[in-house]
Design a protein. Structure first.
Length: 753
């Protein structure tokens, strides 16, 4: 059919189908067909290729799975599974996990939670082994808040629909190990050997950069690399494979003096082996297969463009695994590689290696910017410059040294230390420099959710800019670059131009966290920011902040918070405040005058203000009236800071954990009070929600924040009956997830997530 130099058209058709499925937007496919028609009418595209492209788009449209898993019924408890282990067990301090391909339920994630950091000997559980396991099968938890990590979707994208909590791995019966099991066993041997001989600081980089095992890498390092667009350095990809191939080629041809033909044949066997050994992630498969393909083409003396090569590899991988289109590493790897291939002519115009490195960094960062914003919600413009320094450092120093440690791992530990000390000295200085840069230059663009239409316009502007650069038209390129910069700036300031506001009751389990966002970003306020209790530290746990509050603030593009109102001194209402202050600018922390201060909070919290009864606080033109407490009581719950305000045409009453007597006191002090939205006090406990406060909220909305299947029995049926009696429509986080009130002017609507 004459597909030479046209494979990218098929790959783009496949991508158009994938985007249509993921975002439920069919205009991308329509635009693709319009482009095909243009090629057919004006660029002499053959009819056979046109029909093939049409067939490919239709096929992949029905081939790719939906972005979210279909609804399923909860499987029965105490099920015995029979199947094959798909991967080598991964063990951390807290759990052991591996995937079993069962006969009845498909791929299932097996989880065993380790007690007291006990190491488990998993020799019998190997990839390819046939095993029988008994346990409870459950559907993974899904996200219940905006921007929260969706574990159910994540596993669905890995072709896993269920998970099983295994009570004991000692009862797992396995037999018939496959060759894949021995390969993963060899990988485990290399990791254990390196762990015993290398220093901890060296091992974390060795395991990450050579064998694709990043569980040992410090989370703080991962976070910094993510913020500065350096995550690609940590994922084994073309950079790592290219360095490895270059080193092996040098050793074979210059030291061992073997023929190039032998080296090519060796690579044909070695590259797939290394892809599996390095964890089998999409990025390493893309790099290994692309190198393998180029070796074969050279061996057979076939000429093919790099665009065709990467397009063929792309089609091969999506045909082998239809869920791979949802893998972040797959998306980043192919998008960057394709962008660099398309920019070859511009890159060749570089007058020095430094200029070429800057251009590659620029193209890479700009090509993945929409993905960066979609997954991480922020962009650090200076990352382009930092990549120019960090990538060569890792390419020329760190990664070659890690391969050297791999080749010399059989040597005694004392000898390896002689190689390690220079590395540790230099690497420690470099990492300190990156860490200081991260702390001294915290500035970054934070973006709210980007619609697919916005992404499309971004790439149109980006392509036009690159065409101007490639054609050596500096003025046009500058003008197009200016338009692109204006567009990015517009994305960053979008919330400040939006007439819409929201009030969100986050689902944090048994606790309270409300976020108020005013139109045009005129004000951002918290009413409580709770946390769970950690029995390890006997203090507030970071889980709620890291999993719910921080992703929400990032996803909404929030960097500054005008005020955090704390109702009272219980962890489920204030526990996340300290964590928020560490990462965001908080202008005011406001408590009642009877807040029971823990002494350490007086010194750690900044900008604390004590509000008095009946005081009207005006923050960025939004008023909050303190309606309780009027007098101090012996109960922290009844000392809760209760606020009245008007938002989006509705009258709101935030009540903390006050009891019935305090509610009656509020009605007594404010007999004319009318409430449209009642934050039901104390998570729906029977100590709260008096008839009088319900009567003041008749026909309105009741919001209850509580944990699913909580041990307190919240919400109490008596409370629900009282609310129902007064025709109050109830939203509760244990059933509805986060509740969002979206408004414009005086009109709005409630939505459950």
């Amino acid at each position: 059919m004459g597909l030479k130099n046209n494979w990218h058209i098929l790959a783009l058709g496949t991508t158009a189908s994938a985007i249509s499925i993921i975002y439920d937007v069919y205009v991308i496919v329509i635009l693709y067909f319009i482009w095909l028609l243009y090629l057919f009418l004006f660029c002499q595209l053959k009819m056979s290729i046109l029909l093939l492209c049409f067939t490919v788009v239709v096929f992949f449209y029905f081939y790719f799975p939906p972005p979210s898993p279909p609804a399923v019924t909860e499987p029965p408890n105490e099920v015995t599974l029979h199947g094959k282990v798909k991967n080598f067990p991964v063990q951390t301090d807290k759990k052991v996990e591996f995937t079993l391909k069962s006969e009845k339920y498909g791929d299932i994630l097996l989880l065993y939670f380790v007690e007291d950091h006990v190491k488990y000997d998993s020799k019998q559980i190997q990839a390819g082994a046939s095993c029988s396991i008994t346990g409870d099968i459950v559907v993974p938890e899904s996200a219940t808040n905006p921007h929260e990590f969706d574990y159910e979707n994540y596993l669905w994208h890995e072709e896993i629909r269920y998970q099983m909590i295994v009570p004991s791995l000692d009862e797992v019966e396995c037999e018939k190990h496959s060759w894949l099991g021995y390969l993963y066993k060899f990988r485990s041997f290399l990791l254990k050997s390196a762990s015993s001989k290398l220093e901890k600081e060296t091992y974390q980089w060795f395991s990450t950069l050579i064998l694709g095992e990043n569980t040992a890498l410090e989370e703080s390092i991962k976070d910094i690399f993510q913020r500065w667009g350096l995550s690609h350095v940590l994922a084994i990809s073309g950079l790592h494979v290219g360095i490895m191939i270059a080193l092996l080629y040098f050793v074979f041809t210059r030291i061992l003096l073997v023929t190039k033909e032998f080296v090519q044949s060796f690579f044909l066997v070695f590259l797939p082996f290394y892809a599996l050994l390095a964890g089998g992630q999409p990025s390493v498969w893309r790099a290994s297969l692309m190198t393998l393909f180029v070796v074969l083409l050279n061996k057979w003396r076939i000429k093919m463009s790099y665009a065709d090569v990467i397009s063929i590899i792309f089609l091969m991988l999506v045909l082998f695994n239809k869920h791979i289109i949802y893998h972040v590493g797959f998306q980043f790897s192919f998008l960057v590689t394709f962008a660099i291939i398309l920019s070859q002519h511009w890159l060749k115009q570089s007058r020095s290696k430094t200029e070429a490195a800057f251009k590659i960094s620029f193209v890479s960062q700009m090509a993945i910017l929409p993905l960066q914003l979609h997954y991480f919600s922020y962009f650090q413009p200076l990352s382009i410059l930092l990549n120019v320094v960090v990538v060569p450092y890792f390419s020329l120093f760190v990664i070659p040294l890690m391969f050297l440690f791999l080749c010399t791992s059989f040597l005694p530990k004392t000898i390896l230390l002689l190689l390690e000390y220079p590395f540790l000295f230099v690497h420690d200085k470099i990492m300190q420099g990156i860490t200081h840069l991260d702390s001294f230059i915290p500035f970054s663009f934070t973006f709210s959710h980007m619609h697919i239409t916005v992404v499309f316009f971004y790439y149109v502007l980006f392509i036009f800019m690159m065409v101007g650069l490639e054609n050596s038209r500096p003025f046009k390129a500058f003008c197009r670059s200016l338009w692109l910069c204006i567009f990015i700036l517009f994305l960053a300031i979008r919330p400040y131009l939006s007439p819409y506001g929201t009030v969100t009751m986050l689902d944090i389990g048994q606790g309270d966290a409300f976020i108020i966002e005013m139109p045009y970003r005129k004000g951002v306020y918290f009413y409580d920011a709770g946390a769970h209790f950690s029995y390890d530290t006997m203090e507030a746990s970071e889980n709620v902040y890291q999993q719910v509050i921080h992703p929400y603030l990032q996803g909404q593009g929030i960097q500054e918070i005008d005020a955090v109102f704390i109702s009272h001194e219980h962890l489920d209402h204030y526990g996340s405040v300290s964590f928020i202050q560490q990462d965001f600018t908080v202008h005011n922390i406001i408590t009642s005058e009877y807040y029971g201060w823990a002494e350490e909070k007086r010194t750690t919290w900044e900008n604390v203000y004590t509000a008095e009864f009946n005081e009207v606080l005006t923050l960025q033109n939004q008023f909050f009236q303190v309606v309780s407490p009027k007098i101090k009581t012996d109960s922290a719950d009844d000392n809760s800071l209760a606020l009245y305000t008007e938002i989006g045409g509705l009258r709101w009453l935030f009540t903390g954990d006050i009891g019935k007597e305090t509610e009656k006191e509020i009605i007594k002090n404010y007999p004319e009070l009318e409430v449209d939205v009642l934050k039901v006090a104390h998570h729906g406990s029977n100590t709260s929600t008096d008839e009088k406060i319900a009567e003041k909220s008749r026909g309105g909305i009741g919001l209850i924040s509580l944990g699913e299947n909580n041990t307190y029995g919240h919400p109490n049926q008596e409370v629900l009956d009282t609310l129902s009696k007064h025709h109050i429509n109830v939203y509760r986080t244990d059933e509805d997830g986060a509740i969002i009130y979206r408004f414009k002017g005086e009109e709005g609507v409630f939505e459950s997530f």
